[in-house]
Design a protein around this ligand. Sequence first.
Ligand code: HPA
Length: 245
Amino acid sequence: MSCTAILVGSGGLPSLTAFDDHECTLATPFGTVLSAPRIGSIKDQQVIALARHGASHSVVPHEVNYRANLWLLKKLGAHRVIATHTVGAIDATLQPSALVLPEQIIDYTWGRQHSYSGQNDLIHVDFSVPYDRALRHALMSAAAATGVDLINGGVYGCTQGPRLETAAEIDRMQRDGCTVVGMTAMPEAALARELDLPYASLCIVVNPAAGRGRIRESIDLDALNAARVQGVAAADRLLVGYFEP
Ligand code: HPA
């Protein structure tokens, strides 16, 4: 049976909370996974849902054990990973609650455990195209079938967090070519590649990035939460459509 893992970011996903979500610690050779993977099926496909930040959403982006999470999903038999992320919009055409399927990544994180490769097993994985083409294509098809707007393409700039960026940092990221900014796609996407797991990021825009909003000085956190609720509902509809035959 085909098995898809969903790495669920901030905001959760309503249709995947049918099973109990409980705090636990699962040991892996790379440390502990903090939330129980929920294993179920949708339309004859096995689905494993894992809360990236733990069941009570307490793990900050730079402290997520990305290696343990991905390793566990592989061990449980996942054939591919769809990851959800909330992001800020650098590209001014992206509105809050929009869904984006980026095709490239720039990594600005530091100090995270970012590889399974050790002293005795040096691997240089090809990462020219970080997101899996077939999986992105399937998600675009699901969007078309469900009538959910999904913006195809863009560059995910991954920052360290947990603080948001300065306006000057966002200016620099825009010059680099980033269209959205988030804190969790890396090293997640690279670790998935090391494990040979096709991976795609389904991004939910929740705010204009720093210095890009109507009020230039600060990010409106109430508006951010409202956009997250709306974006998560759309992402959820799209994902249920993904599992339709
Ligand atoms: N910056 C970084 N990460 C984010 C943002 C942002 O503006 N919004 C949601 N996640």
